[in-house]
Design a protein around this ligand. Structure first.
Ligand code: M6R
Length: 365
């Protein structure tokens, strides 16, 4: 059932291009995003004053990426909240609030409770779910499915990627309804979306290089991920993946925050994974990277073909991914980070598919 692979996680990492294709292809027709499974009244959408994205764990990290994309495409204030915080926060919700709830399993208790709380206060809940007919899917006002197929490994990979992509499509769809997207940008993003599965294949084809970096760094006992904007959101997921399955202490930091405390933890040999895939802020990312380097950090950098030369001049090692539209860059950036966690955990002899203390779906508070 693992298709000849040693772990479900590895199988699921490799399945991502196909899973994405299934999530994308029914929803793009003649260069336009269509959502046959979503009946959103345009008048309702025009009235939305505020969006909450509510989720836990990796699904929350999808929300972190989507916040940037939604605010760019919809020009509506979009807040990402952990479900366990939202439910007890006396949230400012009314009928003009849209609550987007993201959950692979559709059974996460906190996410379910937060969704009910938003609905009780007058919001409509739109759920992005993988498991068909799950509790969240049943109780939401609207549901759209990620077509990732069953995900067995505790550490999510293909569900994360398909959630991310579905949020992009939703942002395009609603932004189009609102007229808040520049038509050229809309066309560019849709065209870029269609290329993502093939580009992802090429990221996966570089797995031997990532395995090599894992063998070089698996013995570190603390790893920092730094980045700005979408790279910060990406780093949060990269860091969670790593700690979840390899048990290495890891933290993700917004690069600009380093000076406000964390940089004191950098000592000679500390591994910093510097994310510089978001081209508009590449120079800023680079200067933060140089700062940690000058304090002795070992820097493993991630960037795109656009900035590769500059990055290679400063980092100890550089992983390069193909270029896409900036809002989609995390969809490619996540591949080497998943592979890195996987190979590090493999080197350390961890129980990859069933890491200690964790369950696939958290149905208790
Ligand atoms: O099923 P859900 O998406 O609601 O699950 C949320 C989290 O429990 C989940 O993403 C968790 O963080 C993963 N194990 C991360 O790999």
């Amino acid at each position: 059932e693992k298709g000849g692979h040693p772990h479900f996680m590895f199988k699921e990492i490799l399945e991502q291009p196909e899973a994405l294709h299934k999530t994308i292809s029914p929803r793009i027709r003649d260069g336009r995003v269509v959502m046959d499974d979503l009946q959103l009244d345009p008048d309702y959408v025009k009235n939305i004053s505020r969006i909450f994205i509510i989720a836990c764990g990796s699904s929350y990290h999808v929300g972190m990426v989507a916040k940037y994309t939604f605010e760019r495409l919809l020009r509506r204030p979009t807040e990402v909240v952990l479900a366990s915080e939202f439910r007890y926060s006396d949230p400012l919700v009314d009928e003009t609030t849209l609550a987007i709830v993201i959950s692979q399993s559709g059974e996460t208790l906190d996410t379910m409770a937060a969704m009910r709380e938003a609905q009780r206060r007058g919001a409509k809940a739109l759920a992005v779910v993988n498991v068909i007919g799950s509790s969240i899917a049943r109780d939401a006002d609207h549901v759209i499915y990620t077509w990732a197929g069953p995900e067995i490994a505790v550490a999510t990979t293909k569900a994360y990627s398909t959630q991310l992509m579905l949020m992009n499509l939703l942002g395009l769809y609603m932004g189009d309804m609102l007229g808040t997207i520049d038509p050229q940008e809309y066309t560019d993003i849709v065209a870029a979306v269609e290329k993502i599965p093939a580009q992802m294949e090429s990221c996966l084809a570089d797995k031997a290089e990532i395995q090599y970096y894992a063998s070089r760094y698996f013995n570190h006992n603390s790893i920092f991920f730094i980045g700005r904007n979408l790279d910060y959101a990406l780093g949060m997921e990269g860091s969670l993946k790593l700690k979840e399955i390899s048990y290495i202490h890891s933290e993700a930091y917004a690069s600009g925050e380093l000076k406000h405390g964390t940089i004191s933890l950098i000592e000679p040999g500390t591994l910093v994974v510097a994310l510089g895939t978001y081209e508009p802020l590449f120079d800023k990312a680079m200067s933060n990277m140089v700062e940690v380097k000058s304090r002795g950090a070992e820097v493993l950098a991630l960037t795109t073909e656009l900035c590769r030369d500059k990055m290679e001049k400063n980092a100890d090692a550089t992983i390069c991914i193909p270029v896409t539209h900036p809002v989609l860059q995390p969809s490619l950036g996540i591949i080497p980070l998943q592979l890195f966690s996987y190979y590090v955990a493999l080197q350390r002899g961890c129980d990859i598919d069933k890491p200690r203390n964790l369950a696939k779906s958290v149905t208790v508070e």
